[in-house]
Design a protein around this ligand. Structure first.
Ligand SMILES: NC(=O)c1ccc[n+]([C@@H]2O[C@H](COP(=O)([O-])OP(=O)(O)OC[C@H]3O[C@@H](n4cnc5c(N)ncnc54)[C@H](OP(=O)(O)O)[C@@H]3O)[C@@H](O)[C@H]2O)c1
Length: 231
């Protein structure tokens, strides 16, 4: 029987590559969220080619009402994997050009969004098989890598890591595995054309890792290639 993955930010970048992998595996049903389904032609084409394997719903992870509507569209169905991929890296993050409003928005997307989805889908995950909550974080949020600049992005991903570490502990009695991942430095709109790895390599690695996770993996910070990342 096919498992169900809920995937956010599925219309471009790593999210779109992940949607393709889950759909073409034949083993998964994908519930994909994206902000503007009407402006997501590649995701729409994938859905029309695979109507039984992919459903697309509007989702702005920074908007509580949008998250509620998205969760309501999923209904009572079991969810085996929540894959929080949506994220934003704003401009104006240096000391001489810090945009606090944008930082606030980034916090809503990168930190609170994944928590809103996790809590909204907790009942569905409790009914899932090997239930997992995987959130795409970043090495830029790691305390083990002291760096300046990118204040908003780094801090929202560091806060995300801390929130997910706590969630892993709080959900351990439910046998829900909670993991954060660094996807590599990836050639997407966010990573830029000079980044280290192709989106297919990142998504392929993430797919292998998340489909193999067990409850005992909870609380880990992993890289796309399966190796451990320092917190
Ligand atoms: N690329 C890298 O090198 C790299 C490195 C470390 C971590 N990451 C993380 O990997 C994840 C995917 O990044 P990417 O490189 O694929 O970025 P990307 O190409 O910029 O795509 C970002 C995705 O997130 C969506 N998104 C942004 N704000 C959203 C919101 N409020 N609600 C719902 N969706 C929203 C975007 O949708 P729209 O099209 O509507 O904007 C888009 O689908 C992110 O969490 C990012 O922080 C990336």
């Amino acid at each position: 029987m096919r498992q169900t993955v809920v995937l956010t930010g599925a219309n471009r970048g790593i999210g779109l590559a992940l949607a393709r992998l889950f759909v073409t595996s034949g083993n998964w049903r994908v519930v994909a969220g994206c902000r503007n389904p009407d402006s997501a032609p590649e995701l729409a084409a994938l859905a029309s080619e695979n109507p039984d394997a992919l459903a697309v719903h509007a989702l702005d992870v920074a908007d509580p009402a949008s998250v509620s509507s998205f969760v309501a569209a999923i209904g009572e169905r079991p969810v085996d994997l929540l894959l929080n991929n949506a994220g934003v890296l704003g401009k104006h993050q240096s000391l001489d050009d810090l945009d606090f409003e944008a930082w606030d928005h980034e916090f809503r997307v990168n930190t609170m969004g994944p928590m809103r989805l996790a809590l909204g889908l907790l009942g569905n995950l409790r009914k899932g098989t090997d239930p997992r909550i995987v959130t795409i974080s970043s090495q830029m949020g790691s305390m083990a890598r002291p760096r300046g600049g990118a204040y908003a992005y780094r801090s929202t991903k560091a806060a995300l890591n801390k929130a997910m570490q706590g969630l892993a502990l709080d959900l351990s009695d439910d046998d829900i595995c909670v993991v954060v991942m660094h996807p590599g430095w990836v050639r997407t709109d966010m990573g830029g054309s000079g980044a280290d790895i192709a989106v297919e390599e990142s998504a392929g690695g993430i797919f292998s890792v998340v489909t193999g996770l067990k409850a005992a993996d909870t609380g880990r910070f992993l890289q796309w290639n399966g190796s451990e990342h320092d917190w």
